[in-house]
Design a binder for this molecule. Structure first.
Ligand code: SIN
Length: 320
């Protein structure tokens, strides 16, 4: 199964998703062939893993820029590292410092990430990131794995009549759409003051591969529009059961220096919840590549309901 695309070696690691990429040092500028090989592997395998890399903030940003313009760190992050506005640091200690010691209790399910639960990054934005690149700096000796699922395989696994039905649907996505944010927390205020809400097609046509994939996720999708609340719940439950089927997933055991790069148009991922009760350090850094408005099978684009497009100049309002 191993294939050599020029110098870059691509080795698939699971049946539906995931490949290890080796024989390339991503801390250095890549030539056009390497960028092409990595881009092709990304679109084919949906998430790709690089091991033993030596990146810092600057070289992670430089790596990401070879695949597109980067966004600001995160729609709700007002303190990215100085001089690196593109870096979003995933670290529970940082959240506790920002939102108080009770943040971990109030938002227990988010302690080791900004949200632990299956999600596609920032789908509350009308133009969710096209891709995300996550680098591990400090990882626990046990636990803390991340999992990804292939949303194209999940769509293709549905029966033809169900595919035809979900092709016609649209859904609202918002922060807090799929999970509880404690209303009294200062984090909730930041979310409210920087509210992003969008209506996306439930099935997205990938702009590069033309593949159709499910584009709902338990983290951000609040409801299917134009149907009753009961119908929306039942449809989403069906789709979430499909997209989290183990056969569509791959699981990454992180080491310091591991980098995961995923196609955010065709995957959802699950941040870990298995080390919440342990006092372990886990620090990762993410950059996201600016995306376009999704398009459904009927050719209709996503619609902005609240906020602005998510890009490099995203400003976060923090009003004490
Ligand atoms: C993320 O959602 O980008 C972070 C995933 C993780 O913490 O494993």
């Amino acid at each position: 199964m191993t294939s050599t695309l020029n110098r870059v070696i691509v080795r698939p690691v699971a049946g539906h998703i995931g490949a290890d990429i080796s024989n390339v040092d991503i801390s250095r500028p890549l030539d056009d062939e390497a960028v092409k090989s990595i881009t092709e592997a990304l679109h084919r395998y949906k998430v790709i893993f690089f091991r033993g890399q030596r990146l810092d903030h600057a070289s992670q940003i430089a790596f990401g820029r070879q695949f597109g313009e980067l966004t600001y760190a995160h729609p709700h992050d007002d303190t990215p590292p100085e001089n690196f506005p593109e870096i979003y640091t995933v670290d529970p200690k940082r959240y506790e410092k920002k939102y108080g010691a009770d943040f971990g209790v109030a938002s227990r399910r988010r302690r080791y990430s900004y949200f632990t639960g299956w999600h596609t990054d920032v789908t509350a934005a009308v133009n969710p990131p096209a891709g995300s690149i996550l680098r591990a700096e400090v990882v626990p000796e046990i636990g803390g794995d991340t999992q990804w699922t292939n949303l194209v395989a999940a769509y293709e696994g549905l029966s033809e009549p169900v595919r035809a039905f979900v092709d016609t649907l649209r859904a609202e996505h918002r922060y807090g759409g799929g999970y509880e944010i404690s209303r009294s927390s200062s984090y909730a205020k930041v979310v409210e003051d920087n509210l992003l809400v969008a209506i996306h097609p439930v099935v997205r046509v990938h702009p590069v591969t033309g593949e159709k994939g499910l584009f709902v996720n338990p983290g951000f999708t609040s409801h299917i529009v134009d149907v009753s609340a009961r119908e929306s719940r039942a449809i989403l439950d069906l789709l979430y059961a499909e997209l989290t089927r183990p056969e569509y997933t791959v699981r990454l055991r992180w080491e310091a220096g591991t980098v995961a790069f995923w196609d955010n148009r065709a995957t959802a991922h699950l941040a870990p919840a298995d080390i919440e009760h342990l006092d372990l350090r886990r620090t990762l850094h993410r950059v996201t590549i600016t995306g376009e408005r999704p398009v459904g099978p009927d050719g209709r684009e996503s619609e902005l309901v609240s906020g602005q497009e998510f890009g490099a100049n995203h400003k976060v309002v923090v009003d004490d």
